[in-house]
Ligand binder design. Sequence first.
Ligand code: NZQ
Ligand code: ZN
Length: 392
Amino acid sequence: MFDFQYFTPTKVVFGKNTESRVAELIREFGGTKILIHYGGGSVVRSGLLKRVTDSLDAAGLAYVTLGGAVPNPHLGLVYEGIELCKKEGVDFLLGVGGGSAIDSAKAIGYGVANEGDVWDFYDYKRKATGCLPIGVILTIAATGSEMSDSSVITKEEGLVKRGYSSDYCRPKFAIMNPELTMTLPDYQTACGCTDIMMHTMERYFTNGGNMDITDALAEGLLRTVKDNALILCKDPKNYDARAEVMWAGSLAHNGLTGCGNDGGDWMTHKLEHELGGLYDVAHGAGLAAIWGSWARYVYKDCLPRFKKFAINVMGVEDSGSDEEIALRGIEAMEDFYRSINMPTNLRELGVEATDEDLVLMAQKCAIGVGGEMGSAKVLNEEAMLAIYRASM
Ligand code: NZQ
Ligand code: ZN
């Protein structure tokens, strides 16, 4: 068991109609001039944005709006947001939408609170010393950005997708109404469930220390999301299933399921980020497409954890050799992906990559992680390329 620090300052307001409390929460955290930042328009179509602006109008809170955060959000819009905030004297950011709008808001927050080019943080050149306060109204259960310390941005030039993490950007509050996720396309719901599970799996497949309580929480979370993802495939309007998945999404990425371990593996995420940068695929689908190849490449170096996962999460029978059990667990996970219409390789993801593309992604991925990374197994550029090739 490793020492750990667990910091989750986000006030969670969960349940039906909770978005009606947005003005009160912004006031509680000192906001007086707000930038409402959102994505490609789902919040306009659903009427959520209008309800939010009506609430702020009624409370006498001044605001400006900036939409257009795309999935795999772009640096260009972040720059635009920073300029707008400076011009308008914005002192509070409200991200309304999914991980992309929230991450873009976090990047804007860094850009306003720090001098110089905000990309420096994502390029690991220097560290932020602050961030404008952020509140969130979540519309898709997926990234956990509503409580996480991360923000992931894509620089259009060179299609470089990079994450930056610091406690400064953790949201002050997160409004989570499961009903708001009912307008999601089924594909996005499944992508979200995949991402949620992966955030806990990245922390689970390690060779570092572990705590029984953390493992029990992680395994319970994984089983819960798996079961409720299957329910949502058949019954997308099921409120309770939406609520289970939504809360799991926050717990999967606020640090809870990593307490006592070594920080996690995270290589499936790093490999996916290159796919997202180059091919603009949905993050969750990219993770599903790469995970099986990663798992088969590393499982022998992390056998006890793969065996435990197979039995406790995937319900595999405890018979045969450890290796057989681990492999049956990987197969069961891939079967689960298929059952929620997620891809299990790059072709199913719709990516027709040439070998040069795979080489380029492995190069970029290795640069992005500073050479090599991983806990289940440390991967270098050659290993990354082998996994990309196996995932075709
Ligand atoms: O843009 P709009 O029009 O809102 O549509 C979005 C988008 O097309 C749509 N959507 C969201 N809520 C909806 C809805 N459509 C109908 N009804 C609703 N209620 O769904 C699509 C996906 O939205 P997006 O925000 O891109 O999804 P997600 O939350 O999965 O975010 C993905 C981004 O977050 C990053 C990913 O890499 C990716 O860039 N991540 C962020 C993390 C973090 N900050 O902690 C961790 C993750 O591992 C991840 O890397
Ligand atoms: Zn993720």
